[in-house]
Design a binder for this molecule. Structure first.
Ligand code: ATP
Ligand code: MG
Length: 435
């Protein structure tokens, strides 16, 4: 006899989103779509795999992502490929490849899985989903403000505005950062004994990243380091002040965080993060900034770009914490059919309902069983109504409609009346959810 095979499990840090959880995703995704649409952003769909070179060149060799988090492999031709760890590089690659950056302005978004080989923990996975929003061809600071307004509108729509805080900084130009970098290296070199191993390494390769360290032992040292803001030139300062003035004008609250440097190398001028203290250590739900310089780095002409990425799992975790968070039930109506004729008629009526009532979610009980067992299924489905057909109803061309949640009486009616009743209910529900 064949030996019983061991079941195969998913890869650590890569999660299934089970059917019972997908309505929550749909709800957040629908809110996202509404918000990006309301600002006139277009969706771009991109490959999940890109040439490894793309990420090395864009994200930077000396970043956590490229140094230790990428899923890189040789394909059968021997080309080095990488599962995308983020979406900005691929999005820009696509826009350059298709000539979308010549004298044009674009406002784009995408949503999908990203892959990073990190230590899995709450809010940190190896496959996770990001919403990416990117714009091209606009120097700002007005578009910088729009990005922030768009994200804030999403928090408001999802009812979590009071749980997140906007942190802002300016990274200036690469020349300004270079001058600052020298000062910063001097400062850290004077305190070598306080640096951890990671930071010692970064001191040589990418000292700004030391400011991004999550090691609590280094907090004090980092807090007393020189501030980048003091090294910005006039143009960078003006840009930043114009952005904060716009935010002030529109009543968007923010805090200035001079330690905000972002993990990726390609940012300059405006950078921002939306953070919460309700998710433990993984508190950044959304992060972005201006990356004009990346365009040339990837072979394009001088241009402008700003974008952000939002971690969907973290956003969902925050949204689900609300006491009144509810998702739509799987179905609106559940059809119960008992008897040979009833089964035939029921299938026909169900198709008619689906044709005439757009937006109705109707599940037909399949596989037979008694009234009692079918009722149990109807109840469990979460449906508002049971539509019931026995052979007697079928013979009379009637059905019964039973409200399952209100305690109202079951009613017998001809099929056209059923259509009318469900139509009325759908209209009432839609007007309730719109208000
Ligand atoms: P962190 O500092 O948490 O590692 P990061 O700077 O690496 O974040 P970004 O590359 O800016 O993150 O990605 C944007 C957002 O994507 C993050 O703010 C977070 O919400 C989400 N994110 C990043 N890495 C992960 C991960 N491994 N699992 C789940 N979400 C993630
Ligand atoms: Mg990270």
């Amino acid at each position: 006899m064949a030996k019983k095979q061991q079941a195969i499990q998913a890869i650590r840090g890569m999660h299934d989103i089970l059917p019972e959880h997908s309505p929550r995703w749909h709800k957040v995704e629908a809110a996202i779509r509404e918000v990006v649409d309301s600002y006139g952003y277009q969706e771009i769909r991109l490959p999940i795999v890109e040439k490894t070179e793309l990420f090395k060149r864009s994200i930077g060799e000396v970043t956590d992502i490229v140094e230790k988090e990428m899923y890189t492999f040789d394909d059968r031709n021997g080309d080095s490929l990488t599962l995308r760890p983020e979406g900005t590089a691929g999005c820009l690659r696509a826009c350059l490849e298709h000539g979308l950056l010549h004298n044009q302005v674009h406002r784009l978004w995408y949503c999908g899985p990203m892959f990073r080989h990190e230590r899995p923990q709450k809010g940190r996975y190896r496959q996770f989903y990001q919403l990416g929003v990117e714009t091209y061809g606009m120097a700002g600071p007005d578009i910088d403000a729009e990005m922030i307004l768009l994200s804030e509108r999403l928090w408001k729509k999802l009812g979590i505005r009071n749980k997140v805080e906007l942190q802002l900084n300016s990274l200036g130009t690469s020349e300004e950062r270079a001058a600052y970098r020298e000062k910063l290296v001097d400062y850290f070199k004077a305190h070598l004994e306080l640096l951890d191993d990671d930071s010692l390494r970064r001191l040589e390769t990418n000292p700004l990243r030391i400011l991004d360290s999550k090691n609590p032992d280094m907090k004090q040292l980092i807090a007393e380091a020189p501030e980048l803001m003091d090294y910005l030139g006039e143009d960078s300062r003006n840009h930043f002040h114009a952005l904060t003035a716009t935010l002030d004008d529109l009543g968007v609250s923010y805090v200035l965080n001079s330690r905000l440097v972002r993990g990726l190398d390609y940012y300059g001028k405006t950078v921002f993060e939306w953070v919460t203290d309700e998710l433990g250590a993984q508190g950044t739900i959304c992060a972005g900034g201006r990356y004009d310089g990346l365009i040339e780095q990837l072979g394009g002409k001088t241009n402008h770009a700003i974008g952000f990425a939002l971690g969907m799992e973290r956003l969902l975790a925050l949204v689900e914490m609300q006491a009144d968070f509810k998702v739509d039930p799987m179905v609106d109506a559940y059809m119960i059919r008992v008897g040979t004729d009833a089964e035939k008629v029921g299938m026909r009526v169900a198709e008619q309902l689906r044709t005439e009532l757009s937006g109705l979610k109707l599940q037909v009980h399949c596989g037979g069983g008694s009234f009692k067992s079918q009722f149990k299924k109807a109840d469990k489905s979460g449906a508002e109504y049971a539509v019931i057909i026995g052979d007697e109803e079928a013979a009379r061309g009637e059905v019964s409609l039973k409200p399952l949640r209100t305690g109202e009486e079951q009613q017998n009616m001809p099929v056209p009346e059923l259509v009318g009743a469900l139509k009325g209910w759908l209209a009432r529900r839609n007007s309730r959810s719109a208000s």
